[in-house]
Write a protein that binds this ligand. Structure first.
Ligand SMILES: Cc1ncc(COP(=O)(O)O)c(C=O)c1O
Length: 96
């Protein structure tokens, strides 16, 4: 699990780093959970890149987002995840 862009440091993991990590994820069939709440909050020349955009990792990545940051909807407590349909089904089955 990791957060990019990071809170509180603002660190943005570069695309090439995430692609390299993706190779390890595929090799070992791992599941990665990412927190990308600050996807639109990058500074200087940093570019946000989501591992979920790598087609081969479709079944390996669960990405978390929140309206709080992107749409300044603090207090609404609305967030959402992006994942493969099979993964979403499993997550839904385990929500109480
Ligand atoms: C990196 C990160 N992810 C997720 C959240 C959760 O956001 P929310 O306010 O929608 O619960 C926060 C909140 O500060 C955050 O900093």
């Amino acid at each position: 699990m990791f957060c990019t862009p990071s809170n509180p440091t603002g660190t943005v993991f570069p695309e090439n780093t995430l692609r390299e990590l993706g190779k390890i994820v595929l090799e070992h069939n791992l599941t990665v959970i990412t927190d990308e709440a600050y996807e639109y909050f990058t500074f200087d020349d940093a570019q946000h890149f989501s591992m979920a955009s790598i087609p081969e990792l479709r079944k390996n990545v669960i990405t978390n987002y929140t309206f709080t940051k992107t749409y300044a909807m603090t207090g609404w407590r609305i967030s959402y995840i992006h994942a493969d349909e099979e993964m979403i089904t499993q997550i839904n089955e385990n929500i109480e």
